[in-house]
Design a protein around this ligand. Structure first.
Ligand SMILES: [Zn+2]
Ligand SMILES: [Zn+2]
Length: 146
C-alpha cells in the first residue's frame, strides 16, 4: 500500500518525514522508516489516503516536495517574526517572506505541471481550449471555483 496522512494525496507530513516518497508522493508501507513518527505502525497515526501500488497514479511527488518547501519557508517566516521587537523589522523577515512567496508559487506551478496526469486532467476537454485555464486554475485554487 502507498499511504499518507492527509486527505486526497501526499502533504507536508510526507514531505518532511524520512520515508522515501513514491512517484505519487505517498509512502510505501513496506518502506516506512522505523524512526518516522508519522507512518511507522508504532506511531499509531491515522492514514487518510492510500492505494495499492498497482493503482498508483505515478504522479504527484513533485507537488509533495514543493509543499515541503513551502512549509519550511513558512516556518522560517515565523521564526524570523518571533525574533522581532515591537516597531522594528529586520531584513531577514523580508527575505523570508520573499522566499515563502517563491515557494508558494513554485508549489502552484508544480500542481499545474502535474495537472494533465491527474484524473481531472484526464477528464478535461483538451479540444476546447477555452475550458483548459479554468480546469487548471481550479486545481490550484479550488476554494473559489464555482
Ligand atoms: Zn514517514
Ligand atoms: Zn502511489
Amino acid at each position: 500500500m502507498h499511504i499518507g496522512r492527509s486527505w486526497g494525496g501526499g502533504g507536508h507530513l510526507e514531505a518532511a518525514c524520512p520515508c522515501p516518497l513514491e512517484p505519487c508522493g505517498l509512502v510505501d508501507r513496506d518502506k516506512v522508516v522505523d524512526e518516522c513518527d508519522q507512518h511507522s505502525p508504532m506511531a499509531c497515526k491515522t492514514m487518510r489516503t492510500g492505494h495499492r501500488p498497482e493503482d498508483c497514479p505515478g504522479v504527484g511527488r513533485d507537488v509533495v516536495v514543493a509543499i515541503g518547501r513551502t512549509e519550511t519557508a513558512r516556518s522560517t517566516v515565523i521564526d524570523a517574526a518571533s525574533m522581532e521587537e515591537a516597531g522594528y523589522v529586520n531584513l531577514f523577515l523580508l527575505d523570508a517572506l520573499d522566499d515563502y512567496r517563491a515557494a508558494v508559487e513554485h508549489e502552484a506551478a508544480e500542481r499545474i505541471r502535474m495537472f494533465p496526469e491527474t484524473p481531472a486532467g484526464h477528464a478535461a476537454d483538451w479540444w476546447d481550449a477555452a475550458t483548459i485555464p479554468d480546469a487548471i486554475v481550479n486545481e490550484i485554487d479550488p476554494e473559489t471555483a464555482s
